[in-house]
Design a protein around this ligand. Structure first.
Ligand code: AMP
Ligand code: ZN
Length: 476
C-alpha cells in the first residue's frame, strides 16, 4: 500500500486519493526569468517519478504545473535586457521544456502561465475581500489579513505570537522568511518600476502577488480540494502556507490532502548561488558528463526528502553505474534469439523477476524509496547475469526479463537507452505513411479516424505538431 510523508502532519500516511483510482496533483513550477538550475530540475525529477509511479500503481493522474511569467524578478530582468516581458519569459519557458525532454521528464498534462489567468486571480481576491479576509491598504495594494485566518501558521509551524498584521507587518515582496510573518500581498498596485506591465482590476491597475497565482490556477484545473501538492522545502513557508490560507479562506474547504516536499540540492555541501559560482544549469553539467540520464539517475539514487549533495564526482559515478545497468539491458536484448526452452530455467527466472518486482513495489510504496529500489535493480542484474553466464536463461526467460525491465522503466526512464527505444519504433516509412493517411482524413474532416491514427503514432513514440502548412514529427 502506497504511503507518503505528508508535510501537513509531519508523518508518513497511507495514500488514499479523494476519488478512488484518480489523482489530481499540482507542482509549483518555475519562475521563467532565467534557465532552470539543477536544484529546480531535481524537484521536477521528483515530480516526474512521483507521477510515473502513481501511473504504474494504476492511478489515473491529472497534473498541473504553473509557469510564473510575471513577478518582481521577471519584470526586473526583462527590463534590464530591454526585452518585452512576454518575449523574455517565452525564451525561458522553452528552455525548461527542453531540459524536461533531455531528462526524460514527462511534460505535465496542464502547464499554465500566470499571465493567462489574471481574471481567475482577480475573482479569488474579490471573494477574499467580500469574506473579510483581505483588505485594500492605503497604498492601494490588496493584502491578506492573516489574523482573520484562524489556522494561519499551523501548516508551516510558525508561532502565532510572531504574527504581525495590519500596517506594522505588511509585506509587499513575494518572498520573505519566518522572522517577518505578516499580511501578504494579493494584488500589487502599479508603480513606475512595473512599466507597461499591469492589468486593470476592480482594485485599480496592478498585478497579482505570487501566492495567489498558485491558488487560483490549481483550483481552476483541479477544483477546491485535490490530492497532492509538491514543491521543494523552501516553499513550505511562506508560499504554501499562504496558498492554504487563501484557498481555504475562499472556499471553506480543505485545499490539499497530501503535501510532498523535496529536500534541497546543494553543491559541494554549499547552497547554490551565483555569487559562489556554483550555480549550474543542465547544459553546464553536460559539458563534463555528456549524458542527461546520469543526472536523472543521480537524483533518483537518494531519497527525495533528503537534501542532495551534488558533486561532479558523484555525477561521474552515476554515469558509470548507469552504464552497467544499460550493458545488462543490451546483454538481455542480444540474447533474444535464443531458441531452446527449459522449463526448470524458466521457473527460476519467473521467481527472480517476481521477487524483484515485489521488492521494487515495496520500496516505492514506502514514500518513494528510490535508493532502495535502485539497490534492488543491481541485485537483480547480478543474479540474472550469473544465470546468463551459466547458460541458464532461455528464450522465454529473456522475454520475461525484458518485459520486467520495460515495465519498471516506465517509472525509472533510464534503463533502456533512448536509441534502443527509437530503433525499435523507427519504422520511418510506416510513420510517414500513417501521417499522410491522417492528413488526408483531416482534410476530409474525419476527425475520429484521424485521432485514432494520432493515438497510434503517439504509442509508437512519435511526437506530432500540426502547423498550418504541414505536420512536423519526431521520435521521442
Ligand atoms: P523557483 O523558480 O525559484 O520558483 O523554483 C522552482 C522550483 O524549484 C520550486 O519548486 C522550488 O522549491 C525548487 N527549488 C529551488 N531551489 C532548489 C534547490 N536548490 N533544490 C531543490 N529544489 C529547488
Ligand atoms: Zn506555487
Amino acid at each position: 500500500m502506497l504511503h507518503f510523508y505528508n508535510t501537513a502532519g509531519r508523518k508518513k500516511e497511507k495514500f488514499i486519493p479523494i476519488k478512488k483510482g484518480f489523482v489530481k496533483m499540482y507542482t509549483c513550477g518555475p519562475t521563467i526569468y532565467d534557465h532552470a538550475h539543477i536544484g529546480n530540475l531535481s524537484t521536477y525529477l521528483f515530480m516526474d517519478i512521483l507521477r510515473r509511479y502513481l501511473k504504474f500503481s494504476k492511478y489515473k493522474v491529472l497534473d498541473v504545473m504553473n509557469f510564473t511569467d510575471v513577478d518582481d524578478k521577471t519584470i526586473k530582468f526583462s527590463k534590464q535586457k530591454g526585452v518585452p516581458l512576454k518575449k523574455y519569459t517565452k525564451k525561458f519557458g522553452k528552455s525548461i521544456l527542453n531540459d524536461f525532454r533531455k531528462l526524460n521528464i514527462n511534460k505535465p498534462k496542464i502547464i499554465c502561465k500566470a499571465t493567462k489567468h489574471i481574471q481567475e486571480m482577480i475573482n479569488l481576491i474579490e471573494i477574499l475581500l467580500k469574506k473579510g479576509y483581505a483588505y485594500q491598504a492605503s497604498d492601494k495594494s490588496v493584502y491578506f489579513n492573516i489574523s482573520k485566518f484562524r489556522n494561519y501558521g499551523k501548516f508551516a509551524k510558525v508561532k502565532r505570537k510572531k504574527l504581525l498584521n495590519g500596517a506594522s507587518g505588511r509585506i509587499l515582496s513575494d518572498e520573505y522568511n519566518k522572522e517577518n510573518v505578516s499580511d501578504f500581498v494579493l494584488w500589487k498596485t502599479w508603480d513606475k518600476d512595473d512599466g507597461n506591465v499591469f492589468w486593470n482590476s476592480p482594485f485599480g491597475k496592478g498585478r497579482p502577488g505570487w501566492h495567489i497565482e498558485c491558488s487560483a490556477m490549481s483550483m481552476k484545473y483541479l477544483g477546491p480540494s485535490f490530492d497532492i501538492h509538491t514543491g521543494a522545502v523552501d516553499l513550505i513557508f511562506p508560499h504554501h502556507q499562504n496558498e492554504i490560507a487563501q484557498s481555504e479562506a475562499a472556499t471553506g474547504k480543505k485545499f490539499v490532502k497530501y503535501w510532498l516536499h523535496r529536500g534541497f540540492l546543494q553543491v559541494n555541501k554549499n547552497k547554490m548561488s551565483k555569487s559562489l559560482g556554483n550555480l549550474y544549469v543542465l547544459d553546464e553539467i553536460l559539458k563534463k558528463v555528456d549524458d542527461p540520464m546520469a543526472f536523472r539517475y543521480l537524483v533518483l539514487t537518494s531519497h527525495y526528502r533528503k537534501s542532495l549533495n551534488f558533486t561532479f564526482s558523484s555525477l561521474k559515478s552515476s554515469k558509470r553505474a548507469l552504464d552497467r545497468i544499460r550493458e545488462f539491458t543490451e546483454r538481455v536484448l542480444s540474447q533474444q534469439n535464443k531458441s531452446k526452452n527449459n522449463k526448470k530455467n524458466l521457473i527460476e527466472i519467473k521467481k527472480e523477476t517476481k521477487k524483484a518486482r515485489n521488492n521494487f513495489i515495496k520500496a516505492m510504496d514506502d514514500d518513494l524509496n528510490t535508493s532502495k529500489a535502485i539497490a534492488g535493480i543491481f541485485n537483480f542484474v547480478n543474479k540474472i547475469n550469473k544465470l546468463i553466464d551459466k547458460n541458464m536463461v532461455d528464450k522465454g526467460g529473456i522475454k520475461l526479463i525484458y518485459l520486467f525491465i520495460k515495465e519498471i522503466d516506465q517509472v525509472w526512464g533510464f534503463l533502456i537507452p533512448k536509441k534502443q527505444k527509437a530503433s525499435k519504433t523507427k519504422h520511418k516509412d510506416k510513420i510517414k505513411e500513417l501521417i499522410k493517411k491522417r492528413n488526408k482524413l483531416r482534410q476530409l474532416k474525419n476527425w475520429e479516424k484521424a485521432d485514432k491514427i494520432k493515438t497510434k503514432l503517439i504509442k509508437m513514440g512519435v511526437e506530432l505538431k500540426d502547423t498550418s502548412q504541414k505536420t512536423i514529427w519526431k521520435i521521442k
